[in-house]
Design a protein around this ligand. Structure first.
Ligand code: KG4
Ligand code: ZN
Length: 346
């Protein structure tokens, strides 16, 4: 089958056409327009501005990727979670195409999309798998029992890992988007220079909290200023990054001791972080040699439509589609956090 996928949940407008042949995904076209430069002016994503840009970019991108509309079997779209005005642009466009082409619409959960970014390889992860989802809005350990069946094992109690990176980067005056800027600065720093806390590290459960760590960085910066001490920004970045990575790695070990899995998947924007990638791989291969580690290619760690297409293909095969006739009767595509495929264990 051939699926057209649209992703507009945040500040990337992304479109892809992916075909599934003999259980393999073939990316025929994938394009992306990033608004990062635009939102840098505000130091964060402005939802209404993002929506306006999605509306402006979506059609030129579609024109690039879809050469033959009649060859499309289904249309996948990110239905949530994300910024509601931004999501709406993609969802309304996808509904219109589904209706006009008389093809099924496949609403995709953004985080399930991130998980499936790790499936775009020759030998995909075997299930069950433990997934660590680390994005700008989420930090969760999710047990993927099978495709379409998930259980949340633990999550952040406050800030997501990506959000903490972004907020600390802003405190340090680093350019938006904060995560990549901070991790770049960290490369020149000493991860042991400042002893930032690792909140809830030994709580025994799979909950984390990054808000206290963020406050610790603020307090440190204020103290240094009061004492007229120069701040080594690279050291702050490296020490902060190491605190986040230590927390994520330790809790992943707790999770892997709790569940019997064949694979571990790291996904979401923060999975681009090299220190996190390296230290997770090292620790898991040392302590859980039977667990295969899967981390998406760097081109697929951030928001993209290839992952939405792959998740869409799998949901289509499970029959989780909206038929064009249903589109006439009522608005059936839920938006944002209301659309939740992950069932919590608590
Ligand atoms: O998954 P994603 O692209 O968008 C959401 O679904 O939220 O994740 C974006 C997050 C941002 O917070 C960004 O700062 C963070 O991923 N990020 C990083 C790195 N690259 C992106 N955080 C740490 N290190 C990186 N290299
Ligand atoms: Zn994302």
């Amino acid at each position: 089958m051939r699926i057209l996928a649209i992703e507009t949940s945040c500040d990337e407008t992304a479109v892809a056409v992916v075909q599934e042949v003999d259980s393999h995904y073939m990316v025929e076209h994938a394009v992306l327009a990033s608004q990062a430069m635009l939102h840098a002016t505000w130091g964060g994503v402005v939802p209404e501005v993002a929506a306006r840009e999605h509306a402006a970019y979506l059609f030129p991108l579609l024109q690039k990727v879809v050469t033959d509309w009649s060859s499309i079997d289904a249309i996948a779209v990110t239905a949530g979670p994300g910024l509601v005005p931004a999501l709406r642009v993609g969802v309304e466009a996808a509904k219109t195409f589904a209706f006009m082409l008389d093809k099924p619409l496949v609403p995709v959960h953004h985080l399930e999309g991130h998980i499936f970014s790790a499936f775009y390889i020759d030998i995909p992860p075997q299930l069950p798998a433990l997934c660590l989802l680390v994005s700008g809005g989420h930090t969760q350990w999710v047990l993927m029992k099978q495709k379409g069946e998930y259980e949340i094992l633990g999550s952040t109690r406050d800030d997501a890992a990506g959000e903490a990176f972004d907020k600390v980067a802003k405190m340090l005056g680093l350019p938006y988007p904060g995560g990549p800027s901070l991790s770049k600065m960290a490369q020149q720093g000493d991860p042991e220079a400042i002893a930032f806390p690792r909140p809830m590290l030994h709580s025994g459960d799979l909950d984390v909290s990054f808000s206290g760590l963020k406050t610790a960085v603020r307090v440190y910066l204020e103290q240094q200023k009061k004492m007229n001490q120069l701040v080594n920004i690279s050291d702050v970045c490296a020490s902060f990054e190491q605190a986040v990575v230590d927390t994520l790695v330790e809790k992943t070990v707790v999770a892997l001791k709790r569940v019997q899995v064949k694979s571990f998947i790291l996904a979401g924007g923060v999975s681009a972080n090299r220190v996190l990638r390296h230290q997770l791989v090292a620790r898991i291969s040392r302590e859980f040699s039977q667990v295969a580690v899967h981390i998406p290619d760097l081109t697929l760690t951030g928001d993209n439509a290839v992952m939405i297409a792959i998740a869409g293909i799998e949901r289509y095969k499970l029959g989780h589609t909206v038929q064009p006739s249903q589109l006439i009767s009522h608005a059936v595509v839920p938006l944002s956090n209301a659309y939740d495929i992950f069932t919590s264990s608590t």
